[in-house]
Design a binder for this molecule. Structure first.
Ligand code: FMN
Length: 182
């Protein structure tokens, strides 16, 4: 029997140091397929994953993304692959979500798809790190993404070269309750 889902959740962690070895194309394809299968509001599937594995392009993306105030995320340069997730926002849903419910369904949806990607990567022995702090303008310019689009997140991907540390999490009793709030 394969690895239990709960074990995959437990194993997934943010990896910020990578071995300088390439990732098999089939593994990246499986991660993308996992993201493709994820749920979304009205099944709008408002995501586009750009897989950046060309070393020269990846360096240029990192230079644009992690200069100045964003340099704390420079570790991403070490990763052999970066995935950029672009929001393909549907007008109707974004209006309903933002103004009536106060929920950004597009960012929610790409968050779920991105985590499918990360969990699958972890199950394949790869490490990932979500990156929400980056120069979006610079990334769009480097990748020729139209300025009106939203690049929600970057995800670094590669074989980990560091060791896991213990997870810091709230207690179950602090983050859940039964039949009442709090
Ligand atoms: C939406 C989102 C954005 C994040 N942005 C960053 C980031 O910019 N830089 C970084 O090093 N980690 C980033 N992280 C990783 C978190 O710091 C990490 O998930 C958290 O500390 C829990 O640790 P773990 O992933 O190892 O379990 C981000 C995570 C999420 C979900």
């Amino acid at each position: 029997m394969g690895e239990k889902l709960l074990d995959v959740f437990g194993k997934r962690r943010s990896v910020r140091a990578y071995k300088p070895v390439p990732i098999e194309k089939e593994k990246i394809d499986i991660c993308i397929e996992s993201a493709r299968l994820s749920p979304s509001a009205c099944n709008s599937q408002p995501w586009h994953f750009i897989i950046i594995d060309d070393p020269d392009l990846k360096n240029r993306v990192c230079e644009a993304a992690f200069s100045g105030a964003y340099s704390m995320n420079s570790f991403v340069k070490e990763a052999p692959v970066i995935a950029a997730i672009v929001c393909e926002r549907k007008m109707f849903l974004s209006v309903v979500g933002k103004y009536i419910r106060g929920v950004d369904y597009c960012l929610t949806d790409i968050g779920i798809a991105g985590e499918h990607f990360c969990l699958q990567a972890s199950q394949l022995g790869l490490g990932t790190c979500w990156v929400g702090w980056f120069n979006e303008k610079g990334v769009k310019k480097t990748l020729n993404i139209p300025s009106f689009k939203k690049v929600g997140y970057l995800i670094s991907l590669g074989y980990p070269s560091d060791q896991p540390v213990e997870k810091v999490r709230k207690l179950t009793s602090e983050m859940s309750s039964r039949n009442r709030y709090g």
